[in-house]
Ligand binder design. Structure first.
Ligand code: ZN
Length: 114
């Protein structure tokens, strides 16, 4: 049975297009295409209050996030992704949080001139 959840949560890319574009571009330098596509299709579950940096939940609250990976541009981290991981294989199964490390104002509207 299919459960439609897309109607209940917006895509992160629709709420923070600049952020998702920047991270996806950085990921595409080293990461597999499938990971980049997964990132672009993440849903936004709301701001997270559990972590120090501005943090966006991309999985339902309470989803485990035992692993992290940094997203870097020119050796500067712009974001940290928290990941759920399969216990047996160690493979990441979900991106659960996106912590924003570059100090950008998440309230900014995208600038069409960029
Ligand atoms: Zn968080």
């Amino acid at each position: 049975m299919w459960v439609v959840i897309a109607d209940r949560h917006p895509r992160l890319a629709d709420v923070f297009p600049d952020l998702v574009s920047d991270i996806a571009q950085a990921l595409s330098v080293e990461g597999p295409d499938s990971f980049v596509e997964t990132f672009k299709d993440l849903l936004f579950y709301g701001p997270c209050s559990d972590h120090g940096s501005p943090c966006l939940m991309t999985a339902p609250p309470g989803t485990p996030c035992p692993a992290i990976t940094y997203v870097e541009v020119d050796d500067e981290p712009i974001a940290m992704l928290r990941l759920d991981v399969d216990d047996d294989s160690g493979v990441a199964t979900a991106i659960t949080h996106v912590e924003v490390l570059d100090g950008r104002d998440l309230g900014d509207r995208p600038d069409p001139a960029n």
